[in-house]
Design a protein around this ligand. Structure first.
Ligand code: SF4
Ligand code: SF4
Length: 264
């Protein structure tokens, strides 16, 4: 009887879905999310291959770098990308793009190639590579036009017996005239800008400049009218090593990457 149904319904307490708790999440939507640190070139191509709506695409940009784009406006939440993503794709918990413009529904990530066995930073490999590129050891002049000395502490550690940088075929030299590379730390202060420029001019050609640390890359936490700001505000920079401060391993890898990229 319909009256039984009505009475039962009236006796049962209504259960509201707690929408307010779900407002900031996209749980249940099956929208994917990329985990950039696990994204490799083969995985990126595989994701683009399996996506049935072409929501995931890859594109080769300048210098042969690969970019992966995910268009949430085309995604149907089928989950195929997560199945083949080997951890590089997971279910999104939040989707702040909801309600935004069409352009905001598209996200992009740069895909870094995997470090090949022969490119691993090992003393013998690095030494051979430096010798092949330069025909001798790499000489570096370290320049501090305004750092807090945190980066210097790590650079100094490189030369200790613990890290023993010299086995990589890398030496620090006292004069810019003997250097192949300037390793510049810290933001450049107004008082040091002219000295930094003179040091750069004293390095013989061909020369490389590496900006070290958050301060070298962007001026980091420092903001003052006494600063000229990051290293590239004064000197032409060939490569950037982030970190506050970068570890000795990051320094060696970064120095080698700059050399490789600028070979010839
Ligand atoms: S969930 Fe399906 S449609 Fe959405 S990006 Fe992944 S493969 Fe493409
Ligand atoms: S990056 Fe960090 S450690 Fe290096 S100079 Fe700046 S504040 Fe100091």
């Amino acid at each position: 009887m319909i009256t039984d149904v009505v009475f039962r319904s009236l006796r049962t307490r209504s259960r509201l879905i707690p929408v307010e708790e779900l407002l900031s999440t996209c749980a249940g939507s099956r929208m994917p999310e990329i985990v950039p640190e696990l994204l490799t070139v083969p995985i990126a191509f595989r994701l683009a291959d399996v996506c049935p709506t072409r929501a995931i695409t890859t594109e080769t940009r300048n210098r042969g770098e690969l970019a992966l784009s995910l268009d949430y406006g085309k995604c149907i939440g089928c989950g195929r990308c997560a199945d083949v993503g080997q951890g590089a794709v997971r279910e999104a918990r939040q989707l702040p793009q909801c309600g935004g413009t069409r352009e905001k529904l598209v996200r992009s990530w740069q895909v870094y190639p995997e470090v090949k066995e022969e490119e691993q930073v090992r003393p013998g490999i690095v030494r051979d590579e430096i010798y092949n590129l330069l025909g001798r050891a790499l000489n570096i002049r370290q320049l501090d036009p305004g750092s807090c000395n945190g980066c210097e502490a790590e650079i100094t550690a490189l030369t200790s017996p613990y890290y023993d940088l010299e086995r990589f075929g890398i030496h620090f030299v006292a004069s810019p005239k003997h250097a192949d590379m300037l390793l510049v730390t810290g933001p450049i202060t107004r008082n040091m800008a002219a000295a930094a420029l003179k040091t750069y001019e004293a390095v013989p050609l061909p020369k490389l400049v590496v900006a070290v640390g958050a301060c070298g890359c962007s001026a980091g936490i420092f903001g003052s009218s006494e600063l000229v700001r990051p290293v590239d505000a004064v000197l032409p920079v060939d490569g950037y090593i982030p970190g506050c401060p970068p570890t000795p391993a990051m320094l060696v890898s970064g120095i080698l990457a700059v050399l490789r990229r600028n070979r010839g």
